[in-house]
Write a protein that binds this ligand. Structure first.
Ligand SMILES: Cc1ncc(COP(=O)(O)O)c(C=O)c1O
Length: 277
């Protein structure tokens, strides 16, 4: 059975679910995070925008919002594929130095006007120091992201060849691990990013032992910074998701998520190799 939020659900599956749930009249927004955190599953933005268009009309527009945090503003441009709003945790690649908390919404003028109105009411406005830090960060965003992507490609290869690693969920391996998503990758991503998840052989004990033995890479749930971070999605970022649901998405006790930074890649490989052994 396909669930409404499963990667791999076809346009007909999603339309079928909307109709089956009887929510077509109330539908206001389709929200998608692609690549999905932490599995790197891909969702077809263009297909989601067709579904949104199907339920728009008669003065009502169903908006498509895409969380593009994993791809930053570099490797995926959802507006070009039919999204109405692109959302970023600017805390991640845009800020890039783990020293600020901010968010960004991108879209056309009428949509941004509405968001601005609510922002005034709710008070979610970046303070001057955060704004200054963001301006500083934007100057290096592209080179930081490119350096992280380059490191990630080397680390993904290293992990995939390691005897203690069962499987590596990296966008660069989509053709092999998820051939059904290859076309989506080709159509909407211009890079493989710098987020890698992998399953250890074994279970939670092995995953925890790996994390405990990292010396350079820090244990933390953020991502997109200059420094590499590792975390255990099952008990950290995704701890509030019911266990059966986590299993359905492939988020298990043996999974580790890495946000690859811009350090010397040999140091990172050495750290990962040591922790694995
Ligand atoms: C994909 C994604 N979107 C949004 C967020 C939310 O970010 P923030 O904590 O800056 O609001 C996160 C945070 O981890 C994330 O990973």
């Amino acid at each position: 059975m396909i669930n409404d939020d499963d990667a791999g659900a076809s346009e007909q599956d999603i339309i079928g679910l909307i109709e089956q749930k009887g929510i077509q009249g109330r539908l206001k927004m389709i929200f998608v995070e692609t690549p999905a955190n932490p599995t790197n599953d891909l969702f077809d933005i263009e297909m989601c925008s067709r579904v949104a268009a199907k339920y728009s009309g008669d003065g009502k527009s169903v908006l498509l919002a895409v969380d593009n945090t994993f791809m930053g503003p570099l490797w995926q441009h959802p507006l070009q594929h039919g999204a109405d709003i692109v959302l970023y945790s600017a805390t991640k690649y845009i800020g890039g130095h783990s020293d600020l908390i901010a968010g960004a919404a991108i879209g056309n003028e009428p949509i941004i006007k509405q968001i601005k109105r609510y922002r005034t009411v709710l008070g979610t406005i970046a303070d001057p120091q955060t704004s200054w830090l963001l301006m500083r960060s934007l100057e290096t965003m592209k080179i930081r992201m490119e350096a992280a992507e380059k490191n990630a490609a080397v680390i993904a290869q290293f992990l995939s060849a390691h005897p203690k690693v069962e499987q590596v969920f990296y966008l660069g391996f989509t053709d092999v691990i998820r051939p059904a998503q290859s076309q989506i990758l080709k159509k909407q991503c211009s890079g493989y990013g710098a987020m890698i998840s992998f399953d250890m052989k074994g279970g939670q004990d092995e995953a925890f032992r790996f994390l405990d033995n990292l010396r350079h890479i820090k244990l933390a749930v953020s991502l997109g910074g200059t420094e590499s971070l590792a975390e255990h999605p099952f008990t950290m970022t995704h701890s509030d998701i019911p266990v059966e649901e986590k299993y359905r998405y492939g988020i298990t006790e043996k999974m580790i998520r890495l946000s690859v930074g811009i350090e010397n890649v040999d140091d990172l490989i050495q750290d990962i190799g040591h922790a694995l052994s």
